[in-house]
Design a protein around this ligand. Structure first.
Ligand SMILES: Nc1nc2c(ncn2[C@@H]2O[C@H](COP(=O)(O)OP(=O)(O)OP(=O)(O)O)[C@@H](O)[C@H]2O)c(=O)[nH]1
Ligand SMILES: [Mg+2]
Length: 417
């Protein structure tokens, strides 16, 4: 059924640093100051951007950081909600599109959202770790140590923190994610990880908990963890995922460069999170996720971000790598489409066809980003190193973009392909 009002609620998902906030800031900017030459669409007018009072998306601040300081926006520390009302020349109705931006760390709690209870969450995590050889060994050490100790809260939590430290170094999910990004927005810093304070930091300020294999889930400690898991789900997960639950369409951002730079575990993590998310939104299984307006199955745009770092055959490879990554997750019942995108084009191509970008020191460099044809079976992180460039000089006009307009039309269902 066609959603004739053009009203939508759109969730923007993806791991930390993959470009969600830049994407949303640039998109709002293009709608706010629409220029058809820069953003292909029937003319957009009367745009009003209304940020949620409690969960503010700081559009103006983000825009000013770009325009005045030539810097990228700050990392997101809590989920944010913003509505954009606008008119389009081909439609007399005012459109109303709401976006949800999340801190990428919370993606690691996707299994808590999915699982019915503490036991299911624990079992699923151990299965996840078991399927990846490099993680299996680390987790085995954790399980071996559990065998040898009395199952007391303090000792188990200490062991779990050791495990999480190994996961941080291996780009594996940190869950409960509040250990990495607390509810109040404080991040676990490199100093924290290396310093003595590491064990003192709470996994969750209202009570630490850790997953346990089935054979250890017997005594009093399990009851304590079960209760804290329940509270965590209610307090941290529910508010965020209730917003996600009520979205009708989604944009899933993927930073292929970051995955290649981090190594195979990052690919495994990203695939797993997308797959888990997809299982949840698949039609027939969880009807509640159907479009709140028209009862349509959701649409999903898979987006390989930061495409301005590559050109020519490497841009084609970026597309292929994204397609291969999301292939396992696709379903015939969900309309999904893959895009490469640069929400904020920060590089230029010189006359030799080389990508040039400005780095933090203010100098321009050749941005060498060579991508593989296929996802390698295994690779070392030094094999793929990529540049981080500064945003260009944009004054007060929306930045140059690639495919941001196409993604917007797809996700707001103005384009049916
Ligand atoms: N070259 C280029 N870099 C980008 C682009 N978008 C984002 N980046 C880079 O990616 C970084 C992270 O972008 P964010 O939008 O803050 O990432 P995020 O997904 O919101 O991250 P969290 O808030 O941690 O979840 C930026 O600081 C930039 O360095 C883009 O279009 N082009
Ligand atoms: Mg962000």
């Amino acid at each position: 059924m066609f959603n004739w009002t053009g009203n939508h609620k759109i969730g923007i998902l993806g791991t930390s640093n993959c470009g969600k906030t830049v994407f949303l800031t640039s998109l709002l900017w293009h709608l706010d100051a629409h220029d058809r030459d820069k953003f292909d669409s029937p003319q957009i007018t009367d745009c009003e951007i209304i940020s949620d009072k409690d969960k503010e998306f700081n559009y103006i601040k983000n825009k000013n950081i770009f325009a005045q300081f030539k810097k990228w926006p700050d990392k997101t520390t809590d989920y944010a909600k913003v509505t954009c009302k606008y008119k389009r020349e081909d439609c007399f109705l005012t459109r109303n599109v709401t976006f949800i931006d999340i801190p990428g760390e919370r993606m690691s709690d996707i299994q808590i959202w999915q699982s019915k209870n503490y036991a299911e969450w624990s079992d699923t995590l151990f299965k996840y770790w078991d399927n990846e050889p490099s993680l299996k060994n680390i987790v085995q050490t954790f399980c071996d140590k559990l065998e040898k100790i009395e199952l007391k809260e303090e000792t188990v939590i200490r062991l779990y923190k050791d495990l999480l430290k190994a996961f941080i170094l291996n780009y594996s999910p940190i869950t409960p994610s509040t250990y990495y990004l607390a509810e109040n927005g404080t991040m676990l810093s490199e100093e924290d990880i290396e310093g003595n304070n590491y064990y003192n930091k709470a996994i969750w300020e209202y009570g630490d908990f850790a997953p346990l294999p089935q054979k250890f889930r017997t005594g009093k400690l399990t009851k304590i963890f079960e209760n804290r898991y329940k509270n965590y789900k209610k307090k941290v997960i529910k508010p965020l995922f209730d917003e996600i639950n009520s979205c009708d369409n989604f944009i899933v951002c993927v930073d292929i460069f970051d995955i290649l730079n981090a190594g195979r575990q990052a690919l495994y993590k990203c695939e797993y999170e997308i797959k888990t998310f997809f299982d949840k939104v698949k039609p027939n299984k969880f009807m509640s996720l159907y479009n709140h307006i028209g009862k349509n199955p959701p649409r999903i745009a898979f987006v390989a971000t930061k495409s301005d770092l590559v050109t020519g055959e490497n841009l084609d490879k970026l597309n292929t790598l994204l397609d291969k990554l999301v292939l396992r997750c696709k379903s015939k019942d969900i309309k999904s489409k893959s895009f490469t995108c640069s929400a904020f084009r920060s590089t230029r191509i010189d006359e030799r066809g080389t990508v040039i970008g400005m780095c933090d020191d203010g100098n321009n460099y050749e941005v060498v980003a060579k991508l593989p044809n296929e996802w390698p079976l295994n690779w070392s992180s030094e094999q793929y190193c990529f540049w981080t460039v500064s945003p260009g000089d944009y004054n007060n006009a929306p930045p140059a973009q690639t495919n941001l307009d196409k993604i917007f039309h797809f996700i707001t269902e103005d384009q049916d392909k």
